[in-house]
Design a protein around this ligand. Structure first.
Ligand code: F6P
Length: 321
């Protein structure tokens, strides 16, 4: 059985990462493992910046946003030299397995380390929900709920002034956060990168149609991959006569106490990762598929494509008019 493991968080932080760290540490300690907390993602591995954890090191973190391990996106780790430093640290500390919590960029690092003999298990942690092999990534639910709450507030003021609110939401290159928060917020139009759009047809004409049925205030959700909300707001105002304001929600979407769903999924995934590593099984991604927690070969996982649910998109259009 593997005796010493490390855990790190890499890439953009996501609410629920702490719950996953807690599960890894507790499950590892219960199995009698030595568990190292590696700081600032792969940087901590290259620079040997880590400390040993015990059962109490992860007390009172399940409810906290961010990551107690800190996070980073490391370009040096992508070089052969950086990779070698990381392997040397593992050898020096006796680390026989790693849990990597992050997005697909972090998974590529885990794959490369696995190829060089350090078994890694990756856990999907990103608000973007953009990982091909997983129906769900840790942080998505919290972020979606934050967006919903923020847009509800924007709606209050848009309603009071008969305005249109154009709101840009995160998601990197993926439209999941925009699509589902658009549904949750009852947006008149939602623009996502996966579905080509015609601004005149999909925003202006839709607004005009709803105006005819008596609608006087509007919410338009735009994925950050499309952007340009300030220009959109000007165009909407000019073409519909509705006073319009643009908001870029920004990093408020990434912080905050994780929802129950994120805490539960993160706990399940962290626990699952340790059960794999204890038997020396690495090169795996822990994933949620059809509400079940399972694991997939990391190479396969990286080749899987994330498809947006087009029926869901159509439904969102049909009921938001
Ligand atoms: O991947 C998470 C995410 O928040 C994306 O939605 C966004 O595009 C990006 O990270 C922002 O990154 P940064 O915090 O480096 O600006």
């Amino acid at each position: 059985m593997i005796k010493t493991i490390g855990v790190l968080t890499s890439g953009g932080d996501a609410p629920g990462m702490n719950a996953a760290i807690r599960a890894v540490v507790r499950a590892g300690c219960e199995l009698g493992m030595k568990v190292y907390a590696i700081k600032r993602g792969y940087n901590g591995l290259m620079e040997d910046d880590m400390y040993e954890m015990n059962l109490r090191s992860v007390s009172d973190i399940i409810n906290r946003g961010g990551t107690i391990l800190y996070s980073a996106r490391s370009s040096r780790f992508k070089t052969e030299e950086g990779m070698q430093d990381a392997i040397n640290t593992c050898k020096k500390r006796g680390i026989e397995g790693l849990v990597v919590i992050g997005g697909d960029g972090s998974f590529r690092g885990a794959r490369d380390l696995s190829l060089r003999g350090i078994p890694c298990v990756a856990i999907p942690g990103t608000i973007d929900n953009d990982i091909g092999c997983c129906d769900y990534t840790i942080g998505y639910d919290t972020s979606m709920n934050t967006i919903m709450q923020m847009v509800d507030r924007i709606r209050d003021t848009a309603e009071s002034h008969d305005r249109c609110a154009v709101v840009e939401v995160m998601g990197r290159g993926a439209g999941y956060l925009a699509l589902t928060s658009g549904i949750a917020c009852g947006a008149t139009s939602t623009l996502i990168p996966e579905v080509p759009f015609d601004f005149e047809r999909d925003v202006i004409d839709r607004m005009k149609r709803t105006q005819k049925s008596g609608k006087v205030h509007f919410v338009i959700i735009v994925s950050e991959a499309i952007g340009g909300v300030e220009e959109m707001a000007k165009r909407i105002q000019a073409e519909t006569g509705v006073e319009t304001r643009a908001t870029i929600l920004g990093h408020v979407q990434r912080g905050g106490s994780p929802t129950a769903k994120d805490r539960i999924v993160a706990s399940q995934m962290g626990y699952h990762a340790v059960q794999l590593l204890k038997d020396g099984i690495g090169n795996r991604v822990v994933a949620m598929q059809k509400e079940k927690i399972l694991d997939i070969d990391i190479f396969e996982a990286l080749n899987m494509k994330n498809e947006i649910d087009l029926n869901m998109y159509k439904m969102s259009l049909d009921i938001s008019i």
